[in-house]
Design a protein around this ligand. Structure first.
Ligand SMILES: [Zn+2]
Ligand SMILES: [Zn+2]
Length: 164
C-alpha cells in the first residue's frame, strides 16, 4: 500500500469525485457507496457502480433485516450488491479488454453526501472479485489520505481484518 502524493494524489482525487457522483445513486438504507474502475493507460473510466438491491428489485431489499437472523451457512450477510461488485461487472461487460491492470476507486458517503473516510478493508467478496478479474489497484480514502493497494495485498488484508 502507498499513500498517493503530488500529481498522483490530484488525479486520484478527481476519480474519487467521480465515484462520489456515482454514490449519489445508491438506494441502500445502510450505507451509500460508489465505485469506478479506471483504465491505467488511457485513464478512462471503464466501469461504474453504486450499491442497491440486486436488479434494483424492491422485493429483494434486505437493508433492514438483522444480520444475525441468517444461518451460518449464509456466507454473504450484506444487504445490497456492493458498489465495487457493480463497477467490476460493469467494466467486465462493457470494456472486457481494459480490465486487466486497471484501478478501482471506492468511496462511502453519509446520508447528507459527505465523504466518510474508509477504515481498513474487510470485504472479501469484493477483494476476491477484483483480484480474479485482473484489477491491479484498489484505492481507498483513509483519514491519512488516498491510499493505493495492490489487489493481492488488498485481498490478503481483507482476510486478516481484525476490527481495525
Ligand atoms: Zn442495503
Ligand atoms: Zn464489498
Amino acid at each position: 500500500m502507498i499513500y498517493l502524493i503530488g500529481k498522483k494524489k490530484n488525479l486520484a482525487e478527481k476519480f474519487m469525485m467521480q465515484a462520489l457522483e456515482v454514490a449519489k445513486f445508491s438506494t441502500c438504507l445502510r450505507s451509500k457507496c460508489g465505485s469506478i474502475v479506471v483504465d491505467s493507460e488511457s485513464r478512462r473510466t471503464i466501469g461504474r457502480g453504486f450499491n442497491s438491491p440486486p436488479g434494483n428489485r424492491e422485493s429483494q431489499r434486505r437493508c433492514l433485516i438483522d444480520k444475525i437472523s441468517y444461518h451460518d451457512k449464509v456466507g454473504d450477510k450484506s444487504c445490497c450488491i456492493h458498489a465495487e461488485q457493480r463497477a467490476i461487472i460493469d467494466a467486465v461487460s462493457k470494456n472486457p479488454h481494459e480490465v486487466s491492470g486497471s484501478s478501482l476507486y471506492f468511496i462511502r458517503l453519509s446520508q447528507e453526501n459527505k465523504i466518510l473516510k474508509a477504515g481498513m478493508p474487510y470485504c472479501t467478496h469484493c477483494s476476491k472479485l477484483a483480484l480474479d478479474v485482473g484489477i491491479d489497484k484498489f484505492v481507498l480514502w483513509h483519514d491519512k489520505g488516498i491510499c493505493s493497494y495492490d489487489t493481492e495485498e488488498y485481498n490478503q488484508l481483507s482476510y486478516e481484518y481484525n476490527g481495525d
